[in-house]
Ligand binder design. Structure first.
Ligand SMILES: *Cc1c(COP(=O)(O)O)cnc(C)c1O
Length: 392
């Protein structure tokens, strides 16, 4: 590949741009993970990580991608043959469901059209019908990264409570953590699944389970086989600031730096910044005359926007042209959205001008591929951003 001057625009919805500060923090010697220096790092991280989840309870950190944390959530709390209620919001919900099936769980699936979030009324209906309480967990993807639709977690919580159902509540926040408002404790979530490579601004390789007291109680008598993922072993070692196996030490250096950056900006400001960039992006899409995949404005995602291309216009052709011409990576349409959708990731370490650069790349790309549009999207985003107080 020839050298390409300037920064690559990595505007896929994860992995996201890793800030220089995080890269520098990781470029340190790997230390003895059983020594006192590591112990201090371990204590600092385990004490600090809960803040981004909105929890004062333990968060288990795994050296694994998000998929591992999905599996961990299930094997730590459930037993073979248990029923779980899931909702087909898109590709990621489907992948989580496939893991549940492979583990021998019985999945009740609420069907979806990949343009809406979880319907709280449908959750309530299914739970009310389950008078025998055979359903042991409700598993929901907060921000469905394949569609740019954010489900309303407090409403799902309310639905479970309203049905007076004791099921555990598990939420995947891989692409919403530190970018869309989320509160593990306040919303009484039992297991929150997270990962490093999206809002947390880290490379891939770390993932998380935030764990409620109720989830720990279920863990005590759950019988799905678990070894590497076993919370008990991790939590016991964590008491002393350590891990039961070799941790991803350099990623943990990065995590320490990322948490410091989020704290310095302030989590509410981080979330407001993402909401502002999401709104600017949607205004650009509308000004182009294109359609946002997400139908319900109450479910717009703060971290990613999926844009539909008109029939006869291949979204992947647009993606390849902007990569070639402008060194801009956009997210691919996944599974049944292949070729009909492209995704603009606007999460992580991003400011107004990097967003505008991204939108300018898309706008030029639309012209280059002769996709019918009005070349007014960047302008619409600029007018919106210049009117926002407190912009970055
Ligand atoms: C990226 C993502 C995942 C994760 O998985 P990896 O195993 O880290 O690739 C899971 N859920 C959602 C919603 C995601 O966006």
């Amino acid at each position: 590949m020839p050298y390409r001057a300037g920064r690559h625009f990595l505007q896929i919805p994860g992995p996201t741009n890793v800030p220089d500060r995080v890269l520098r923090a990781m470029a340190q010697p790997t230390i003895d993970h059983r020594g006192p220096e590591f112990q201090a790092l371990g204590h600092e991280l385990l004490d600090g990580i809960g803040e981004v989840f909105g929890t004062v309870r333990p968060v288990v950190i795994y050296p694994a991608s998000g998929t591992g944390a999905w599996e961990a959530a299930l094997v730590n709390t459930l037993s073979a043959g248990d029923r779980v209620l899931m909702a087909e919001t898109g590709h990621f919900a489907t992948l989580w469901k496939q893991i549940a099936v492979k583990l021998g769980l019985e999945v009740d699936l609420i069907p979806g059209d990949w343009r809406h979030g979880v319907d709280p009324a449908a959750v309530e209906t299914r739970l009310v019908e389950d008078g025998a309480h055979a359903i042991k967990a409700v598993c929901v993807v907060h921000n469905e990264t394949s569609t740019g639709v954010a489900s309303r977690i407090p409403l799902v919580r309310h639905a479970i409570d309203h049905a007076r159902h004791p099921a555990l509540f598990m939420v995947d926040t891989v692409s919403s953590l530190a970018s869309i408002d989320y509160r593990h404790d306040e919303w009484s979530v039992d297991v929150t699944v997270g990962a490093s490579q999206k809002g947390l601004m880290l490379p891939p390789g770390l993932s998380f389970n935030a764990v409620s007291e109720k989830a720990l109680a279920a863990h005590a008598h759950a019988t799905l086989p678990r070894a590497f993922w076993d919370w008990s072993a991790v939590l016991a070692a964590n008491e002393k600031g350590f891990f039961p196996y070799t941790p991803a030490t350099n990623l943990l250096y990065g995590l320490r730096e990322a948490l410091a950056m989020l704290r310095a900006e302030g989590l509410p400001n981080v979330i407001a910044r993402h909401a502002r960039h999401a709104e600017a992006t949607r205004r650009a899409v509308r000004a182009w005359g294109l359609e946002v995949l997400c139908v319900n404005p109450d479910e717009y995602s703060g971290s990613i926007t999926a844009v539909m291309t008109p029939s006869g216009h291949d979204a992947d052709h647009l993606r390849s042209v902007v990569l070639d011409r402008f060194d801009l990576s956009l997210g691919v349409g996944l599974a049944k959205l292949t070729g009909t959708v492209f995704r603009i990731g606007h999460l992580g370490d991003l400011n107004d001008l990097s967003l505008l650069g991204t939108l300018a790349g898309v706008e030029m790309g639309l012209a280059l591929v002769d996709l019918p549009h009005e070349a007014r999207g960047v302008d619409a985003a600029m007018r919106y951003l210049e009117g926002c107080a407190g912009s970055a």
